[in-house]
Design a binder for this molecule. Sequence first.
Ligand code: DGL
Length: 293
Amino acid sequence: MNTLDNKAAQADTARCELPIGVFDSGVGGLTVLAALAQRLPHEHLLYLGDTARLPYGTKSVETVTRYALQATAKLVERQVKMLVVACNTATAAALPALRAAYPHIPVLGVVEPGAAAAVAASTTGNILVLATEATVQNRAYHKAIAALRPSAEVTGLACSLFVALVEEGWAASHVVDAYSGRGMAEVVAARYLAPLFAGAGQKPDCIVLGCTHFPPLAEAIRAVVGPGVAIVDSAATTAEAAAAVLGQAGIARQGGAGRHVFLTTDAPARFARVGSMFMAEPIDEAALELVVL
Ligand code: DGL
């Protein structure tokens, strides 16, 4: 091997060692991070939760695009080999802008993997997308599902309060509404979903959780819609897509346990407390850093 080849090989090895950058407005993207950690145990992961500016889902496309570019710039500054936009709202608003700004790194969103999961799970093609207001308005899932199954009948439903419930740590069934005795998450899920699932008539056979904050609410949603409806999200399919991209680009890390580092733009102790509910292991405050975007 000549000197130039040697240098190129060293650069490739160094690139494999870089982390995958992952960001969301808050703790929701940890549902994707957990799936990445499970599917890609050797990879270092660098997560940014933009908690200071959450929620993204009620903001305009222009604002979400600006936030997404700033979050990505912070991750790129720390050197990442790939970016996973673990936020449907940011994916729907800003994926083309992020890809244009960073042509040298693969940028993966969560909407296409979520749409693929929904299409695979639905028999009838009648699919309900639960997402933030911004994602529903943007019709990102409608477009992604139509690209895979043009005959699908897609309904979008904005469930913005789900984000606040999860950020508050109220997704678990033991957090109960004092008046009805039902789980808080179930009460809110019923308010959003019961009208769609009451009565006769055609009902969706698949719900796609089109916001990365929503997977912890799957049990509460199930309690409202009953057993016959598939409930899917984009975490596992995104991790699978990430593995494929790493393989194709030849930048997968080959061995050893991956390190997980967390950046947050506000209240690190709160991020660690609520975020730990999403992870197999509690988030170590020593692996958490407060940053300004
Ligand atoms: N978790 C984000 C998503 O997937 C958005 C939550 C929010 O900030 O509104 O859309």
